[in-house]
Design a protein around this ligand. Sequence first.
Ligand SMILES: [Zn+2]
Length: 284
Amino acid sequence: MTPAELLQRLIRFDTTNPPGNEEECIAFVRGVLEDAGCEPELYAKDPARPNLVARVPGKGKSPPLLIQGHVDVVTTSGQDWQRPPFGGDLVDGEVWGRGAIDMKGPMAMYISAFVRAARGELEPPGDLILVVLADEENGGDFGAKFLVNVVPSRIDLELDGRLLPGFTPDDLIAEVRELIGDYIEFELVRHDSGPSDPDYTHFDMLGDVLRELDPEGIPMPLLQGGVTDARFFSQLGIQTYGFMPMRLADDFPVLRLVHAADERIPVAALAFGTEAVCRVLQRF
Ligand SMILES: [Zn+2]
């Protein structure tokens, strides 16, 4: 199965979250991994919403590399799509569908590369741990938050804010209070702190891989405005890099397509990304 075919299959599972219903999608991934000789484990807070963990042993020269991502997607309701969002259509070299970029496309890259490692076609210096998560798009309570066994804080959001590094919830509340006034009471119901200091150990290696495959490319760090499961893994001291390599035409509206209608990814970008991930899996 090519990465593009794998992505088509992943898109066809409607894992709109809520409610998620990731079970069938995760079962499919499990089958793909078992065919490659892996013995994946499932961990579920709710049986309809399992998370998958698989491991490929490395050569013991590096610490393990965690490759994690999610298979739930955000809603398509109210959006006007030119193609069925769960059709996984391949049209003019692009795979269309909800999740093509966020993030079943990257998952297709990761799983394809992981399968190559499981089959002995790659030589990872350390163990590879693949984690396929549920519930990234709606808080992570059934996904990463459950899986890393972190003591849960409560969520009951009236206001959902994003903090820049170095800012605290108090800063946010003070700013909102200034705008709204004192007559409203604020209660902090949830705060998952991010990493205090980023660890860029692997940045140069990731940049090297990108430059090899795209000599005109200029690797640079990016501050993303969205929230991801990385905040949970950071509580275990694990640095997330958000490495989802795609070489795209200048006019391909990648950022506009995330969480939006007509989300899709070029097959060539999937192949590019899979090759990049394969190289990374041998160098960390
Ligand atoms: Zn998302």
